[in-house]
Design a binder for this molecule. Structure first.
Ligand SMILES: Cc1cc2nc3c(=O)[nH]c(=O)nc-3n(C[C@H](O)[C@H](O)[C@H](O)COP(=O)(O)OP(=O)(O)OC[C@H]3O[C@@H](n4cnc5c(N)ncnc54)[C@H](O)[C@@H]3O)c2cc1C
Length: 494
């Protein structure tokens, strides 16, 4: 489990490296004493969940005159939020397989109705982020356009086709969606798929709404807007070690800084949550793991008028988006890294972001030149320039834990985003702010996200993410040998 102070040095992402100036919030209140008065809302964790939480709690009419403090163990967005793919992209109908597969078989175990509510929610998250960025006039490299989801196998195409049919039918049976225009198209023409996606072995593709953003700048702007109200502040290098209830308030012990008192506490600690809840079902339900991403300087064949025009997810391959001027940011989901044989489960289920192993690093370096048509030769200084790691938080049914923690009055949580937080968090925290201040669950927030004892019980049916055998060094060694990996540690590329 994560320990503070952190016993390793983290890799640095493209986003963290390109938001270092005086407009950033690095080191904010690092040496300042904590407030001594009782704070209305203390948020633990300053990622996109913690900063959007602070933003929503400080909007006019939500909790006027109430105070907000964000305690961040390191710097703002030093966790997954500052290390992700920058893709703010709703799932398409392709995700119906994951969402409706039973828990015992590795899915979320939802009904089709629940699943399309999750898809609709993600579509609304993109609208929420778009409206906020436009309204606030934030300079966060926001792009809104379309994502293509590329299928490269006949099997993948058939599955996608089935899901498209199910999705169209389910929308027609849903009172809120019936008669509305589907936001995704599905194209099975192989020639067109290759041309439109520029992936040389594409056989079909879907197209639908997506966004991308500089996530480190976005988290910074959410926090700065909250602070601009004069009711919120951020304390960097303030890791919370423990909590206790005394005299009707929560007391949080902060490493080397003493205690801070809060009427209500909201945990936005994602991959680090289990260590704060040892012995509780939350610690079993949430499992940290690692993912990696790379920033790729495009060769001339993919620059200027030939730059990418869409963001992507590719069957068994990466997800990627393009930045306005600094090339592509691309990641490989952990299940695909495992399937491709470039990572063992033992390398995936770790709780650090200190290094990127050789297999995944090599894969990220080689993907574009091997798969994009006419990518061509990369000159020195083109291709994968920086590769980094980040810690994410898997949940037993792939859905986040949101709401008041059972049995802990005045203690809330928004955690467990299963590698897909950019597509969910900005609205999750908006509805959580409503729940905290009105005690009402807004029906716009899928009930399937709610923390309940029943979810903890059901979670026991889920397949283990990693078995004891897979943790065994000797077997992991055999696997690495089989796929040609030495398991060598490769530092982030600078
Ligand atoms: C390589 C990679 C690629 C990804 N790509 C995408 C993508 O393209 N699209 C997408 O939707 N999602 C993506 N994700 C997932 C997404 O980044 C996360 O779901 C999201 O950022 C989670 O936000 P968060 O605020 O909950 O967690 P985090 O950003 O991890 O924030 C948690 C914060 O809590 C702090 N903290 C922890 N413990 C304590 C404590 N005890 N006291 C005080 N502070 C504490 C941490 O330091 C951290 O800053 C990716 C993640 C990674 C790593």
């Amino acid at each position: 489990m994560s320990k503070w102070p952190q016993p390793f040095v983290s890799t640095v992402s493209h986003w963290q490296a390109t938001n270092r100036g005086r407009r950033s919030l690095y080191n904010h209140n690092k040496d300042a004493p904590l407030p001594t008065e009782v704070i209305d809302f203390v948020i633990v964790g300053g990622g996109i969940a913690g900063t959007t939480m602070a933003y929503h709690l400080t909007r006019p009419g939500v909790a006027d005159d109430k105070t907000v403090v964000v305690l961040e163990a390191k710097d703002l967005a030093s966790g997954a939020s500052g290390r992700n793919g920058g893709h703010c992209a709703p799932f398409s109908f392709g995700a119906l397989t994951l969402l409706t597969t039973p828990l015992e078989e590795g899915g979320a175990g939802l009904t089709i109705e629940e699943a399309i509510e999750v898809l609709d929610f993600e579509k609304r998250v993109l609208e929420e982020v778009t409206q906020t960025v436009e309204k606030e006039k934030w300079d966060v490299d926001f792009w809104k356009g379309e994502k293509v989801e590329v299928r490269i196998s006949q099997e993948g195409k058939t599955k996608m086709n089935e899901n498209y049919g199910k999705w169209i039918a389910a929308r027609e049976n849903h009172p809120g969606l019936k008669g509305t225009q589907p936001e995704w198209t599905w194209n099975e023409d192989e020639v067109e798929a290759k041309k439109a996606t520029r992936i040389h072995n594409a056989v079909a593709y879907s197209k639908g709404p997506a966004g991308s953003v500089h996530p480190h700048k976005l988290a910074t702007e959410y926090m700065k807007s909250a602070m601009a109200t004069g009711r919120a502040d951020l304390y960097s290098y303030a890791p919370v070690l423990s909590t206790k209830r005394a005299d009707g308030v929560w007391e949080l012990e902060v490493h080397e800084k003493g205690t801070i008192k809060a009427k209500e506490v909201i945990f936005c600690t994602n991959a680090h949550t289990p260590h704060l809840f040892e012995g509780s079902p939350i610690a079993d339900y949430l499992v940290p793991y690692q993912a990696q991403a790379a920033n790729i300087t495009t060769p001339l064949s993919y620059s200027g008028s030939k730059y990418l025009a869409n963001s992507y997810t590719i069957e068994d391959g990466p997800y990627l988006m393009f930045t306005p001027d600094s090339g592509i940011v691309m990641g490989l989901a952990h299940y695909n890294a495992y399937k491709q044989g470039v990572m063992t489960k033992k390398e995936i289920y770790v709780d650090h972001d200190a290094y990127v192993t050789e297999g995944i690093s090599k894969w990220l370096r080689e993907y574009c030149k091997n798969n994009f048509s006419d990518w061509g030769i990369e000159a020195p200084g083109e291709g994968a320039m920086r590769i980094w790691a980040g810690m994410l938080c898997a949940t037993k049914n792939t859905l986040p834990l949101v709401g008041e923690i059972p049995g802990k009055e005045g203690m809330y949580m928004a955690a467990g985003f299963h590698g897909h937080g950019m597509a969910r968090i900005p609205l999750v925290t908006k509805y959580l702010a409503k729940l905290i201040t009105t005690k009402e669950w807004d029906e716009g927030l899928p009930l399937t996200f709610k923390i309940t004892e029943d979810r903890f019980e059901q979670g026991k049916k889920a397949l283990p993410f990693i078995t004891e055998e897979e943790r065994d060094d000797s077997l992991a060694g055999k696997f690495k040998k089989a796929v040609g990996l030495g398991g060598k540690k490769v530092p982030c590329v600078r």
